[in-house]
Design a protein around this ligand. Structure first.
Ligand SMILES: Nc1ncnc2c1ncn2[C@@H]1O[C@H](COP(=O)(O)OP(=O)(O)OP(=O)(O)O)[C@@H](O)[C@H]1O
Ligand SMILES: [Mg+2]
Length: 210
């Protein structure tokens, strides 16, 4: 069993950091929240819905940025196409993006500093550039809940600060709830409301930051 005795409350409109060593259960925690996994005991509610029973309903409002996002170098989707996939659950397959959706792409890429990359094939971008594209894809949905698994692993220090500030603004603008799994607390702690530390699948520390 990867997680035990987890009793945490993540309030709406907050930013929570999940930290802990490799194998402590951080990714597993996100997978539970997403409804990919079922708790063996106890109850789990996400956005007011019991999970995983209501997973499909909840996922409409959730963006998830997985830990290992790197695309194959042969990946031919353009940056623009990858970002638009973030809206895919809202439109029928093969439907052309609307003017409004293209405007949203422009806005989100500007905020993430990747406007110049829109027509590049995803596969040729650097790790940090790809990570920004995946963040753009996560944010364009204007999700109520944003789950980010090590979103800064390839982002340089200065850009990390900018993106952290952006996430803080996103929380306020979208009234979003954000959960960030990260090893590096120092850059993110300034925007955090709560830190949850896992070890061997248990919460060893959970702290509110006022
Ligand atoms: N599908 C699975 N089936 C069985 N065990 C699993 C499964 N997924 C993960 N585990 C185990 O659960 C534990 C926690 O894994 P998890 O991926 O959640 O750790 P993590 O905190 O995200 O680690 P990292 O910092 O390396 O990303 C590990 O011991 C792992 O081997
Ligand atoms: Mg992990």
């Amino acid at each position: 069993m990867a997680l035990r005795n987890i009793n945490v409350n993540i309030p709406l409109n907050s930013i929570s950091l999940i930290t802990g060593p490799n194998g402590s259960g951080k990714t597993t925690f996100l997978e539970l929240v997403l409804g990919f996994l079922k708790p063996l005991t106890g109850k789990l509610y996400v956005l007011g819905y019991e999970m995983p029973r209501n997973a499909s309903k909840v996922r409409l409002h959730v963006s998830y940025l997985p830990q290992n996002f790197m695309r194959d170098e042969r990946e031919t989707y353009s940056v623009k196409e990858v970002i638009l996939m973030g809206l895919a659950s809202y439109y029928a397959p093969f439907q052309k993006p609307s003017k409004e959706e293209l405007r949203m792409v422009k806005e989100v890429t500007k905020r993430l500093g990747i406007s110049d990359l829109l027509d590049y094939p995803m596969g040729i971008l650097s790790g940090g550039q790809q990570q920004r594209v995946m963040l753009a894809r996560a944010l364009i949905r204007k999700p109520k809940l944003i789950l980010l698994d090590e979103p800064f692993s390839s982002i340089d220090r200065d850009s990390r600060k900018e993106i952290v500030e952006l996430l803080s603004r996103i929380r306020d603008e979208y009234k979003a709830t954000i959960v960030i799994v990260t090893h590096i607390l120092s850059d993110v702690i300034s925007i955090a409301d709560q830190i949850i530390e896992l070890r061997d699948g248990e919460v060893v520390r959970s702290k509110w930051i006022s």
